[in-house]
Design a protein around this ligand. Structure first.
Ligand code: GTR
Length: 415
């Protein structure tokens, strides 16, 4: 038709604002509610569940319940970890009674100086628990070795190096600020390659959960794992389970948002450089595109999502609607200046477009804010920043997330 841009002719990757062209986003509601009260009502009673279903059916796949036979076993604990500043605990979550190979190892650090239960940052890690710090107590992930042996890690995995991802976790900083940190290796849930699902819990326990392996996809499996970490955190006396923040970088940021959308026990969502398939608008043809992501990572989304490769305009949603599923809980979206692949402007606009839903709860997000200069956090219950530098999660990012958590998750003020 006259108004539908011909996406088929567009490059599968674009870094020129000029090439974005016009696009029209679907609206949060089919029929604009008459007032805030009606909006909030419709959102809670109908629209939210409907959108969640659309995201499941067309993009991420199903998000099953907790397995009935899940059990948690303590593997190791150290009350004097990190030079006495924290207590560490390592637990193994078994998901199936019948198959003991289906498990996820969770490590948690809880600050020792707190008189009350700790709020907690929870997120998956890329390379194994032993890479988040050089703490010699951390059990080395065996599955991470599997990935190396399979030669499917693109040279990124070194199972022998402790602490190689420490700058992405900043444990000491979190402890000093009074936050616990909980993480698990995402490969425990599903190894990140096209055939990973065959060895993963997707092929082993889908049936127990009433699904077929192809009813969900890797991002849903990772997100579901985050919900299982929540199950564990709810059993920890020294954790304040009403203050669980989910965080994630890049593909794990996509998983973090999807977990937060599904699991309302999660008190706040932090998306670090999640980009395409995460916070960034899909119709805005900038950086990575649906076509490109489905080609490089065919296992991340359900088969049906490939239909939208060159037809994002036919999607019944866009990613601002995913972010809106986090409302009214605090939401932080962050980009990096050199990370054009993740489309910083598309991430900002998407976060800003959640505003009507937050407003209907009497809260303020990114209303009236323009795309900020680098290293300038903006907003209220919805926050945004664009760190100077590359695609990564660094101390600067953590500092902003912790300040945000202090203000909106601990103090919980209005708007
Ligand atoms: C890229 C992918 C992005 C992002 C990133 C990451 O290759 O295209 O969508 O997920 O990987 O996870 O670091």
């Amino acid at each position: 038709s006259c108004c539908i841009p011909s996406f088929a002719q567009k490059p599968v990757y674009n870094e020129l604002e000029f090439n974005v062209g016009p696009y029209e986003l679907p609206t949060l509601f089919k029929k604009e509610p008459a007032n805030k009260e009606e909006m909030r009502n419709t959102w809670e009673k109908k629209r939210r569940a409907y959108l969640l279903k659309l995201f499941k059916d067309n993009m991420y796949g199903q998000f099953p319940r907790k397995p009935k036979t899940m059990r948690i076993e303590l593997q190791h604990s150290n009350p004097q970890a990190l030079q006495g500043k924290a207590t560490s605990k390592q637990v193994r979550c078994y998901f199936s009674k019948a198959d003991s190979s289906v498990y996820m190892d969770v490590i948690i650090y809880i600050p020792n100086h707190l008189a009350q239960p700790a709020p907690v940052f929870m997120g998956l890690n890329f390379k194994g628990n032993h890479t988040i710090h050089n703490d010699p107590d951390i059990i080395i992930s065996k599955r991470n070795k599997d990935l190396l042996l399979l030669n499917k890690d693109n040279g990124k995995t070194d199972p022998n190096l402790r602490g190689t991802q420490a700058e992405r976790w900043e444990l000491e900083h979190a402890m000093a600020k009074g936050y616990a940190v909980a993480t698990a290796y995402y490969g425990d849930l599903e190894l990140d390659h096209a055939e990973g699902w065959k060895q993963s819990l997707r092929s082993k326990i889908s049936k127990e959960l009433g699904l077929k392996p192809q009813d969900w996809a890797a991002l849903s499996v990772w997100a579901w794992g985050l919900s299982r970490i929540v199950d564990y955190l709810e059993t920890e006396d020294r954790i304040d389970a009403s203050r669980i923040l989910v965080t994630g970088h890049s593909r794990l940021g996509k998983a973090a948002i999807w977990a937060g959308a599904n699991d309302t026990r999660i008190a706040a969502v932090i998306s670090n450089n999640s980009g395409e398939g995460g916070a960034a608008l899909s119709r805005r043809w900038f950086g990575e595109t649906i076509h490109r992501i489905n080609t490089s990572f065919p296992h991340w989304f359900v088969e049906k999502y490939k239909f939208y490769n060159n037809r994002p305009y036919l999607l019944p949603f866009d990613q601002h609607m995913l972010l809106a599923l986090v409302a009214p809980r605090p939401l932080y979206v962050a980009s990096a200046t050199e990370d054009l692949w993740a489309d910083p402007l598309g991430e900002f606009l998407s976060a800003q477009l959640t505003e009507p839903i937050y407003n209907s709860y009497g809260l303020r997000g990114l209303q009236g804010v323009s795309f900020p200069a680098p290293d300038t956090p903006v907003g209220h219950v919805v926050h945004y920043h664009r760190r100077t530098g590359k695609h990564n999660i660094l101390l600067y990012d953590w500092q902003q997330y912790i300040a945000f958590a202090d203000q909106y998750v601990i103090a919980k003020p209005e708007g």
